[in-house]
Design a protein around this ligand. Structure first.
Ligand SMILES: NC(=O)c1ccc[n+]([C@@H]2O[C@H](COP(=O)([O-])OP(=O)(O)OC[C@H]3O[C@@H](n4cnc5c(N)ncnc54)[C@H](O)[C@@H]3O)[C@@H](O)[C@H]2O)c1
Length: 338
């Protein structure tokens, strides 16, 4: 697949990437550097990796510590934007530890927005999620759909969306809230990819199972009203997500002041379709058990991607399923030395 990036140039601009040591953040950093910009990673390395910070400096800072965050921001008050990807993301942990999630996600975002206000930084891109929509039977999901998240994770993200809107209304913050669907795949260089621990996402789990690094994987529910009975999700390549940020930065330059937008492909794949493609690409049999439905799983979630096209000129380039799985396998195979 071609590595055709938009013509946009960031011309030596500095962009603060909060969570730049993580899966998606490291791809955003690489793409900023590929466009001539300098990404500065702010991260506490709670789930991110020092080895994933390759395209600019890393500042070891925790969003929950307002004082050290302000010190870090004061060194970068000329930055062109702040891109905020840092978050607690594991849905199951959020249910058991809502205090930890609200503290890290909501208080962390509040400290960041306050720090930006203090330092005159007024362009903000926020990583939100399709999990803010919650239970819905209406697909594809449009942005104006009712947001009623059922997970603590989704609730913290929605609270942050509201906070951002309030900062826009009262203080003139310019923002783009990107509601990502399922991030997947890896940069074709094999340098960076998905390294969550523990891993909860379907594709890397399937690869671990195929590679014999874990036992049989579980497919939760085979009696959904979908063609093969398994849940359907919208998988978008991480470099397409990264591109959406670059396009967003260009829109700020063109005068955009506020936007909430889905970042998905508009296509859904079922769990079994993913497993089949993993088997095809890896050439390995994939052992799995079909188990009962998991509470909270929605039958199908996929984006209406038309607003992203209209507002950001965003059309996915890398999200063909086979390419997603090949790029992920390329990364994991070298990481696991297979
Ligand atoms: N992965 C997905 O499929 C997906 C889907 C929708 C939305 N998102 C959102 O995208 C963002 C990035 O997700 P990811 O998969 O790359 O996660 P990740 O865990 O790989 O990255 C998160 C990064 O944030 C850092 N971080 C966490 N808390 C911090 C704090 N208090 N201070 C400083 N740094 C902190 C972590 O160390 C890590 O580097 C998250 O906000 C997530 O909610 C992800």
């Amino acid at each position: 697949m071609s590595a055709e990036y938009p013509a946009m140039k960031l011309n030596g601009q500095t962009h603060i990437v909060v969570g730049g040591a993580g899966y998606i953040g490291s791809h955003v950093c690489k793409m900023i550097a590929d466009h001539g910009g300098e990404p500065v990673t702010f991260d506490n390395f709670s789930s991110g990796h020092p080895h994933a910070v390759r395209w600019g400096p890393a500042i070891d800072v925790d969003l929950r510590n307002a004082q050290s965050l302000n010190e870090a921001l004061s060194a970068y008050q000329d930055a062109s934007s702040v891109i905020h990807l840092a978050s607690s993301i594991e849905v199951g942990i959020g249910e058991k530890d809502p205090a930890g999630f609200y503290n890290n996600n909501v208080i962390g975002a509040f400290n960041l927005l306050e720090g930006m206000r203090k330092h005159g930084l007024d362009r903000f891109i926020f990583s939100s999620t399709c999990a803010t929509y919650g239970e819905t039977n209406k697909v594809p999901l449009t942005e104006d759909q009712n947001q009623n998240p059922f997970s603590v994770y989704g609730k913290t993200k929605l609270a942050i969306e509201h906070m951002i809107q309030s900062y826009h209304n009262a203080y003139g913050l310019k923002y783009i809230t990107l509601r990502y669907f399922n991030a997947s795949g890896a940069d074709p260089s094999g340098e960076i990819g998905e390294e969550h621990d523990p891993e909860t996402h379907l594709i890397p789990i399937a690869m671990q199972a195929a590679a014999g690094l874990r036992g049989k994987m579980k497919i939760f529910g085979t009696d959904y009203e979908t063609p093969d009975g398994t849940c359907v999700r919208d998988y978008i390549h991480v470099n397409d997500i990264a591109r959406a940020h670059i396009l967003g930065l260009g829109k700020f330059d063109a005068g955009l002041t506020n936007l909430e937008v889905n970042i998905g492909t508009g296509n859904g794949y079922s769990n079994l379709e993913i497993l089949k493609m993993v088997e095809e690409v890896t050439g390995l049999p994939l052992p799995y058990d079909a188990t009962p439905r998991r509470p909270g799983d929605v039958t199908q979630l996929f984006a209406d991607a038309s607003k992203a096209k209209a507002e950001l000129n965003f059309v996915p380039q890398y999200s063909d399923l086979e390419y997603i799985i090949r790029s992920a396998w390329n990364f994991h195979r070298s990481r696991w030395q297979l």
